[in-house]
Design a protein around this ligand. Structure first.
Ligand SMILES: Cc1ncc(COP(=O)(O)O)c(C=O)c1O
Length: 379
């Protein structure tokens, strides 16, 4: 493969971490020197800093975003016989957390424009067995938090915000994750990312914080007393130490992504369907998702972008109810979701894109669409 051809990468973790590498190595060295590898002081410090950044009362560090969702459901007693409503357009982790606690995921439609869970679809799917709603702030765009919170309140349901792709996203000025329970992932591909797995849960009361602290640590109340049967999905001290090095840079990553997004909006508005407008919200662009015009086939456009060095992806090519593991999880047809997943393309939007790479994306999209149209006209 030629290395000379200009490329716009979808991810570049080496470039992303380069500026922090030395300080992260020093931070890991300090952990090795103090030796408190399990729930060490860096975990508590990260929890404090994250809660402060998000403006929430408490954050509890866990091993992954999936563990955060599992613990959030268990915290509210969701289990066998219960139903949990979430959108079918998204990452399988959300539905798998529901299954892992023995409950039934009920997968519903997204709104066609926002590509986020449709509050009307939530309301329609509620049954006497419904215990919780998980709203996924997909691609860093906030769901209709007010409307969903109102539905949950009306039906006495737990409202879990899956903020795995939305650390720093704001809904009408408020950070997401603060309404009831927030679940975050710091997986390496997230905007605020660990060098491995990490996640956390946000809650509003000390009582729930303390129970989560026990639940992430085998249910132990102290060294010798165990009140809850649980596993041990703890946030690792070395990950917390490295994340503390990066935490102040997160707003800079977001600003750089927003600048890329603004450039794409300006340069591509006449050729593709753009992601929803930010409006009064703050969008962190964990992905910048376009849809081609109706006359352009999605997969042909992705192939044409790859030929032009643009590392476009699809998040996600299948809705969750289309995965064999979740067959039957949609209780009614989901035509909007299926149409959305057949049209979406994620463009490279990482903070590390150079101006030339950003231009390559813009030129690539315009040229690929023009070429596909010309080829069709001449065939
Ligand atoms: C929407 C969503 N929920 C949950 C997860 C699970 O997070 P993790 O990979 O940290 O388990 C992810 C990402 O991986 C995600 O994108």
């Amino acid at each position: 493969m030629s290395t000379d051809k200009p490329r716009a990468p979808y991810v570049d973790l080496i470039a992303h971490n380069a500026a922090f590498k030395q300080r992260m190595l020093e931070a890991v060295g300090r952990v090795i020197d103090h030796g408190w590898f399990i729930l060490g002081p860096e975990v508590q410090e990260l929890e404090r800093r994250v809660a402060e950044y998000l403006g929430v009362a408490h954050a509890v560090g866990v091993n992954t975003g999936t563990d955060a969702l599992v613990l959030a459901l268990r915290l509210r007693g969701v289990g066998p016989g219960d139903e949990v409503i979430t959108s079918s357009h998204g990452f399988v982790a959300t539905a798998s957390a529901v299954r892992l606690v023995g409950a039934t995921p009920v997968l519903v439609e997204v709104d066609e424009d926002s590509m986020l869970i449709d509050p009307a679809a939530i309301e329609e799917a509620i049954t006497p067995r419904t215990r919780a709603v998980i709203a996924v702030h997909l691609n860093g765009h906030p769901c209709e938090v007010d409307a969903i919170a109102a539905i949950c309140e009306r039906h006495a349901l737990t409202f879990i915000e899956d903020c795995a792709q939305a650390y720093g996203t704001r809904y009408r000025g408020a950070q997401v994750g603060g309404r009831d329970i927030g679940c975050f992932s710091l997986h390496p591909l997230k905007v605020f990312s660990a060098c491995g797995d990490a996640g956390f849960i946000t809650v509003r009361t000390e009582e729930e914080r303390d129970r989560l602290r026990q639940m992430r640590n085998l249910g132990l109340r102290d060294r010798n007393n165990c009140a809850i049967a649980s596993n041990n999905p703890r946030l690792h001290t070395v990950q917390a130490a490295m994340l503390l090095v990066k935490i102040d840079a997160v707003d800079g990553f977001i600003a750089a992504r927003q600048a890329n997004a603004a450039a794409y909006r300006e340069a591509l508005r006449d050729v593709v369907v753009l992601p929803p407008e930010e409006g009064e919200h703050r969008v962190i662009y964990s992905a910048f998702v376009i849809r081609p015009p109706e006359d352009i086939e999605r997969d042909a456009l992705v192939a044409a972008l790859h030929e032009r060095g643009v590392d476009a992806k699809i998040h996600y090519p299948y809705a969750i109810h289309q995965q064999p593991a979740y067959e039957g999880s949609a209780t009614r047809p989901l035509p909007v979701t299926e149409r959305v997943v057949s049209r979406i393309i994620s463009l490279p939007v990482i903070a590390e894109l150079t101006p030339a790479q950003r231009q390559l994306v813009i030129d690539g999209v315009r040229d690929a669409i023009a070429t596909l149209r010309a080829e069709r006209a001449s065939s």
